[in-house]
Design a protein around this ligand. Structure first.
Ligand SMILES: *Cc1c(COP(=O)(O)O)cnc(C)c1O
Length: 378
């Protein structure tokens, strides 16, 4: 197991540790690329690569063959440019007109989300850009009236080097939803009325909807990072992260003792508990109180009582006495406890769990975890 050590100056014992398996991200990319047109699988690395650190993640994806990257914001794109001088980079949310020069200097492309943006960007030197058509989300992208104007006057595109025309699916994670086919039909009709351009449709779940949703440039994000996004997926994505927290205390509590804020859990009998250094300020969502479980090897350790800002209590009664001591680490997310499982317990989606992990942890990048022991010690 090759682990990048933390910076030398940082020698304190970490309260929480996020371990990121870069080889698994590369494997997930290759798998998604197989479902895409040859050589045409981009990577969406917005929100600091879904919270996993855009620099290391982007370098890994580049080494795995990815050449096209999307971020949500220009700042994210500039960070990416600093590590990938030769990548194609586009900004999904578009680029403010006052940032036009900055983005041109850094060869960062806007996704043009309206005709007004198209006219701001059109110029003799024909800057690279993507064109976004809204086919059913009503967030960003040319609306049907703007599309009609463009079809009437395709010369509006002359001032840009349009690298692709894209749309975004609202319900790709629900294969039976009729909006999928409606969006596809609208997009096909639009594309056939415009000058011939490469197309871009599928996000992660869109890649599992079938060949009809294939396009010249797919745009997966979450699936790269181990999130299972589609019920049609034949096999789970490779798990990418392990999130663990340090045990601060082991306690014996008596029947009738209450645990944590609000006395939300009353011990029904004598039990042993572990107080761990994780809380909602770390992205361990407060709604997980009395619901989630941590793991030590194969043992599930239920969360009891409320999750506080910095602390959470586990029921460890079922463990042998010597199994856990202060200073040990237990897993909150790993190959068994997926972000999807935690999300279901908290009433949200895996994307929010992943991107919500705070900044208050030590991050390790692991090149290959296959030979690692079941539980890493730090
Ligand atoms: C976030 C995003 C993606 C990636 O979506 P995943 O579901 O994470 O694969 C693709 N396209 C657009 C427009 C997005 O906003």
């Amino acid at each position: 197991m090759a682990t990048t050590p933390p910076a030398k100056a940082r020698t304190s014992a970490p309260a929480a540790v996020l371990e990121i398996d870069l080889a698994a991200i590369a494997a997930n990319y290759r798998r998604l690329a197989e479902r895409s047109a040859p050589g045409a699988c981009a990577a969406v690395v917005k929100a600091d690569a879904y919270g996993l650190g855009v620099e290391a993640v982007a370098q890994t994806l580049w080494d795995a063959g990815c050449r096209f990257f999307f971020t949500a914001q220009l700042e994210e794109a500039l960070r990416l440019r600093a590590v990938l001088p030769d990548a194609e980079i586009a900004v999904l949310n578009g680029i403010a007109s006052e940032d036009r020069r900055l983005s041109l200097e850094n060869r960062i492309m806007p996704v043009l989300n309206s005709l007004a943006e198209l006219s701001v960007w059109a110029a003799a030197e024909r800057p690279g850009a993507l064109l976004h058509l809204d086919t059913g989300m009503q967030r960003l992208g040319l609306d049907p009236r703007e599309l009609d104007s463009l079809i009437d006057d395709p010369g509006l595109l002359d001032g840009i080097d349009c690298r692709a025309v894209m749309t975004h699916l609202a319900c790709a994670d629900r294969p039976g939803h009729t909006l999928n086919m409606t969006q596809l039909d609208r997009f096909r009709a639009a594309v056939s009325a415009l000058p011939r351009l490469p197309t871009s449709i599928a996000n992660s779940p869109g890649l599992f909807l079938g060949d009809a949703y294939r396009s010249d440039l797919s745009r997966p994000g979450a699936a790269l990072f181990g999130v299972d996004t589609s019920p049609l997926q034949d096999a789970p994505m490779q798990p990418v992260i392990r999130f663990s927290a340090r045990v601060l205390q082991i306690r014996d509590v008596q029947a009738g003792d209450s645990i944590g804020y609000g006395a939300d859990f009353i011990a029904p009998a004598a039990m042993r508990t572990a107080t761990i250094a994780i809380g909602y300020a770390d992205g361990f969502i407060r709604a997980l109180g009395n619901r989630a479980a941590a793991m030590l090897n194969d043992h599930r350790l239920p969360v009891i009582g409320r999750v506080s800002m910095d602390l959470t209590t586990l029921d460890i009664t079922a463990l042998p006495e010597a199994a856990l001591a202060p200073g040990d680490y237990v897993d909150l997310l790993n190959e068994t406890i997926t972000v999807g499982e935690i999300a279901a317990q908290a009433g949200t989606i895996g994307y929010e769990v992943l991107t919500g992990l705070g900044k208050r942890f030590r991050r390790f990048y692991v090149d290959d975890r296959s030979g690692a022991p079941a539980r890493a010690s730090f």
